[in-house]
Design a binder for this molecule. Structure first.
Ligand code: SF4
Length: 205
């Protein structure tokens, strides 16, 4: 019997090539400890009610795409908000979902180490939005210290190896430059990251 719940904001089915391989279904959860200046989620989801679901209830809602997941190597992506705030739920969901499904977590890695440790065996692919590796830029954009993300990334790479980690490096209008983005990518390669995704935030005001 599962003991955790997930504050479900919504489900998006039939996603292709968004994160990792295959067809995925996104389960978006509420809550994030960061306060990013351009957070689209805050704007899109302001006032949206979250519904607490158990792992069994979520499984019932997403199992319709079982054959797609198996045929394409896809599965469930936990996003948000910050997916790893719900590491206990993800672990319990992993225990009851079909073993062929791939579990992906979208994360900033700005979470307590114990949450990350709980998720490492349950998650097949971590998609990390690092913001920027420069401490000043990171603090200006998120209001927080970059060292939490950095130290968690070291821990994650050690625990999972680089093949289960994609780090997304954004160009953030008004906060960093293409030069900063390249420097972040270089610093990440030195840390052992092999899968990098450089992209630009699209700001909708
Ligand atoms: S990490 Fe993502 S959800 Fe959290 S504040 Fe930043 S952009 Fe928003």
């Amino acid at each position: 019997m599962s003991t955790s719940t997930f504050p479900l904001l919504g489900i998006a089915r039939h996603r292709m090539g968004t994160d990792g391989e295959g067809v995925t279904t996104l389960a978006a959860g509420a809550g994030c400890p960061l306060r990013c200046a351009w957070c689209i989620n805050k704007k899109l989801l302001r006032g949206a009610p979250a519904e607490d679901v158990t792992p069994e209830e979520l499984l019932d809602r997403v199992r319709a795409d079982h054959l797609y997941f198996c045929a394409t190597g896809g599965g469930i992506t936990f996003g948000g908000g910050e997916a790893l705030l719900h590491a206990d739920f993800i672990r319990e969901f992993r225990e009851i979902c079909p073993p062929e499904w791939k579990i992906t977590a979208e994360t900033s890695l700005f979470v307590p180490r114990s949450y990350l440790a709980e998720a490492t065996d349950a998650v097949d692919l971590f998609v990390v939005d690092c913001k920027d590796m420069n401490g000043e830029i990171y603090r200006k954009y998120t209001g927080e210290d970059v060292s939490v993300m950095e130290e968690n990334l070291h821990f994650l790479l050690e625990r999972t190896g680089p093949e289960r980690v994609i780090v997304r490096v954004p160009l953030i209008p008004g906060y960093n430059t293409e030069e900063d983005q390249k420097k972040s990518a270089e610093a990440l390669r030195k840390m052992g990251v092999e899968k990098l995704d450089l992209f630009e935030y699209v700001i909708r005001e």
